[in-house]
Design a protein around this ligand. Sequence first.
Ligand SMILES: [Mg+2]
Length: 259
Amino acid sequence: MEKLRNKKGYICDMDGVIYHGNKLLPGAKEFVKWLRDNNKAFLFLTNNSQKSPKELAQKLARMGLEVGEHHFYTAAMATASFLKGQGAKTAYVIGDAGLTNALYQVGIALNDIDPEYVVIGETQNYNFENIKHATVLVNNGAKLIGTNADITTPTEEGEIPACKALVAPVEYATNRTAYYVGKPNPLMMRAAMHCFHERGIHSADVAMIGDRMDTDIVGALESGLDPILVMSGVSTPEIVAKYPYQPRLILNGVGDIAE
Ligand SMILES: [Mg+2]
């Protein structure tokens, strides 16, 4: 635990770590206060590409937690960073404002005629017209990208389709496989780490805190960050025991760090 507290930077998953649904988890406020009091660098990471950092900051504020927008890193931002690195200039997007804004910010123009890439993220505006169009563009040579490989997302109504389930029809129809950027792809953690490099903080000084073995913990391991599992989300001891890799530390919740 002392080793964990001595880290300079923390990358935290959100759902199941900081909040669940629309409720802050016990200890989340104390943890954020501890981060500030101890002058730690921190980033909240999400695979969801729908919301922009500003919207995420507002969401946390509604739950009573004030966190500046520069503390958020989304799969949409990681996708934009990846595409910029690939020299991308144009994309056809099926996604929400969080994704289109992130792409605009790295200079990628939306193009539905002859784009280099088709980029798909979570969105309510999903219909036959846009998957048909995406299929035609991929068959014409556009490369297919998914913001993250989550298949479902838990909601109050139950599990609902997430990014990979939305990309699947285009993969089937084109007989192509998309490249997925978000967790557990280490690309996501490395892209997030760029925000820490400016402060001279490197991966050995950073812990990744999450509630899922198959995304947060494996992603942290494969990108050289200390993986910390919290039991406040989807994991149970039975689930944890099944994996060939284990977290460095298992906590009840992030509040344990502040105690
Ligand atoms: Mg989570």
